[in-house]
Write a protein that binds this ligand. Structure first.
Ligand code: DGY
Length: 334
């Protein structure tokens, strides 16, 4: 891509809502005047509303709600680049209506997120967190044939809800563990069927037959509360639910009840209905649940790639090019 670097430098203003890896900021600083919110927590709403007023580009996080009020305040805004693959924090229709480009960071985090989903499955299946606590608490007295028995990953059936990039990366890992793979998706994905003998089934069948169910769909109005009391009730009593996608895809109160009442055996959760959750959250009090703080993409390499990709979305747009990872391409067709 041929950027007009010298011509544009200094002309544009970009606001970045949190410290991100240096590589992304370096790229932005080559093209624009960049201001970064240095706080540990997201910028308060009033700060964000003020900071966006004069900017051409906004690099934001999934913790920033980018809605109509933000777009109204941001008179010069041309591009919003989300430092995430999911963009449910952005009012996309409103952005498109105003001709504002929205970009995200797909692909670069696929494998890293699948690594975490698989880790959660293994940790929840084999009681890793409980076992670690058991040793640290000084409770380990002898080798015991009945101590901390878990569920085999190898040979088990994995149900993948969503067979996009991350779902496929999970299928690849599961095949290595000799798992049977069922998936629920809008359309069949021939490649995973051929390569990993994955079988496309209805959501009901997937829930009934799987030992582990892992969610890999974006949060949209049609996936919100996709897994509720009825769906949890269809799962095996021994089954474990993994969610590294978005919290609101699962009806959380229904999940808590299902875990408390033994409707399902456990869960491995990276995402929650409201984030962050505190130590007194009911999910934190259950031994059959592994909780981690939304770290699906959190590896050094991936977070750096995300920073460069998110910055590129802004640079490409402000340079007059169609960005590679645009999520509302309709803004270019008018
Ligand atoms: C995403 O990208 O949507 C993840 O939730 C954070 O990396």
């Amino acid at each position: 891509m041929n950027f007009l670097k010298d011509e544009v430098k200094g002309l544009f203003k970009v606001y970045v809502t949190r410290k991100i890896p240096r590589e992304g900021l370096d790229l932005l600083e080559g093209y624009a005047e960049v201001k970064v919110w240095e706080g540990e927590l997201p910028p308060p709403r009033d700060v964000l509303l003020e900071e966006v007023q004069a900017v051409d580009g906004l690099l934001c996080l999934l913790t920033d709600r980018i809605d109509k009020d933000i777009f109204t305040a941001a008179k010069n805004l041309k591009v919003v680049s989300n430092y995430a693959v999911g963009f449910d924090n952005i009012d996309l229709a409103e952005a498109s209506r105003r001709g504002i480009v929205v970009t995200n960071t797909p692909d670069v985090l696929t494998e890293t997120t699948a690594d975490l989903a698989f880790s959660l499955m293994m940790a929840a299946g084999r009681n890793i967190v409980t076992a670690d606590r058991y040793v640290r608490d000084g409770l380990w007295r002898t080798w015991d044939p009945l101590l901390l028995l878990g569920r085999d990953i190898n040979g088990a059936t994995l149900g993948l809800i969503g067979m996009g990039r991350i779902g496929q990366a999970m299928a690849c890992r599961a095949a290595g563990f000799d798992m049977r793979i069922l998936y629920f998706n809008e359309f069949p994905v021939d490649e995973v069927e051929k390569k990993f003998r994955a079988q496309k089934v209805t959501l009901e069948k997937l829930l009934q037959k799987s030992d582990f169910v892992s969610i890999h769909v974006p949060l949209t109005p049609s996936t919100s509360k996709l897994i509720g009391a009825r769906e949890l009730g269809l799962m095996k009593k021994e089954a474990i639910l993994i969610n590294t996608a978005r919290g609101p895809i699962v009806d959380e109160p229904a999940l808590i009840k299902a875990l408390q009442n033994g409707v399902i055996a456990g869960a491995g959760l990276d995402v929650f209905q409201e984030e962050p959750i505190g130590k007194d959250h009911p999910l934190c009090r259950m031994d059959n649940v592994v909780v981690v703080p939304h770290i699906g993409s959190a590896s050094f390499r991936t977070r750096t790639k995300m920073a460069v990709m998110a910055a590129s979305g802004i640079v490409q747009t402000l340079s007059g090019n169609r960005p590679e990872n645009i999520v509302n391409p309709e803004v270019f067709t008018d």
